[in-house]
Design a binder for this molecule. Sequence first.
Ligand code: GAR
Length: 187
Amino acid sequence: MKNIVLFASGGGSNAEKIMEYFGKKDEFNVVGLFTNNPNAGAINRAKSYNVPVFVFNREELNGDFVLKNVQNLNPDVIVLAGFLWKFPSNIIAQYPDRVVNIHPALLPKYGGKGMYGIHVHTAVLENKEEETGITIHYVNDNYDEGNIIFQATVKVSDCTSPQEVASRVLALEHEHFPRVIEEFLSK
Ligand code: GAR
């Protein structure tokens, strides 16, 4: 059995796709969803899949509280599915090459501090990019700089709003993220 721990900050549509996908597979178990946001849509989505939820604040993330609770769940992978705070070094140190993030652009373009969610898509549109995409990558101590595991692209030259870019990118995330995690765990 491979254990998957999720971190999410917002709506949680990627987290839901992951819970749905692995809910149908006996060899994989989503064992917990951690969030910094008590109002995250991800919370109700996790409850509907009977996945235990852990809500934490910044001190709990950067201290021992989150690390201890993660360790209790014995994860094979920690998946950041729309997690918007910096991921702490103490957890990365315990799980080297086991923390994976999804970024809504083609890194190394449009990465770094402040580049998340709609900000990314606004910048892509302002720069009149022909295409954008998704990047699934390892998490290290620098925002969006870990080695790349997978990328996929989507054409956005005809998009007229950041929301339109966002919805194409999100569809690409939903299509690929669960499968890439499965491949990662099956290595
Ligand atoms: C996703 O598009 C994800 O790539 C992005 O937040 C969105 C979360 O959507 N993550 C980042 O920007 C991280 N830097 P969701 O809550 O519906 O899964």
